[in-house]
Design a protein around this ligand. Sequence first.
Ligand code: PMP
Length: 305
Amino acid sequence: MDFAFFEGKIVPVEEAKISIMTNSFHYGTAIFEGIRAYWNEEEEQLYILFAKEHYERLLTNARCLFMELNYSAEELVEITKEILRKSEIREDVYIRPIAYFKDLKLTPKLIDYTPEIAIYLYRFGRYLDTSKGIRAKVSSWRRNDDNSIPSRWKVAGAYVNSALAKTEALMSGYDEAILLNSQGYVAEGSGENIFIIKNGKAITPSPNEHILEGITRNAVITLLKKELVVEVEERPIARSELYTADEVFLTGTAAEVTPVVEIDNRKIGNGEIGPITKQLQEFYFNAVRGKIQRYKKWLTPVYDK
Ligand code: PMP
């Protein structure tokens, strides 16, 4: 049975229910996170990836919405470990914390309300096809601007934008959407950051280009620089640079490192997973499962040994 953290207690997930009158449900004023835990079969250990970093981002984002949660990042990591142990997870799993205003009130505002945090689990493997690569479409929807709903925050309401773009891509026969920002430069995927490779160099939009500052993005920048010895440039990317890139890939907790082999019906490179993307995937998948000693600092073990 899967357990969840709800209103201060760990309960069976079926018991974790909110009222239809919940304020944040109506206005999207919830802050959430997506965290993965990877099962290491040899060590019989479950590793949470970047646990503290995700909770720190959640708490920082929550404070921007005037949500003072009475937990530290460390306490939320401990609660998460307890949920995983109680649910006896021995496989890869996705963890979804969500902070929201629980008040049964009508006004869309952020003050004088009561924040709450819930944490639950999703059992799923791949989010996108990391082995074959995906086909993406540049969306007709623009990424929400920092001066309307900041993309920097994982705020529920901002995901209407993601849902519109993802749906348009799926209905047009593609796997994923790539959104441009209000200036017309490449921002990110519907739930992923984006990198292009050109002439052996990696290029990705910088954090002030209306993107979420992905935790995977940071990890991948480290792997590119340290392991692959690939230079990384953070700068605006024009739409046409996508079509002429040698390789394109998306990064995210759910998406991991997903190669993009076609954009708007144009093959990227030779239409197959590129060599840098392939090497990066290998490092990433080994690191997150605890198979590279020097990256074990990214991981939090769940079971006591
Ligand atoms: N951009 C968006 C819009 C996202 O939803 C996500 C997923 N959290 C990302 C980028 C990647 O962020 P992270 O690597 O922290 O999961």
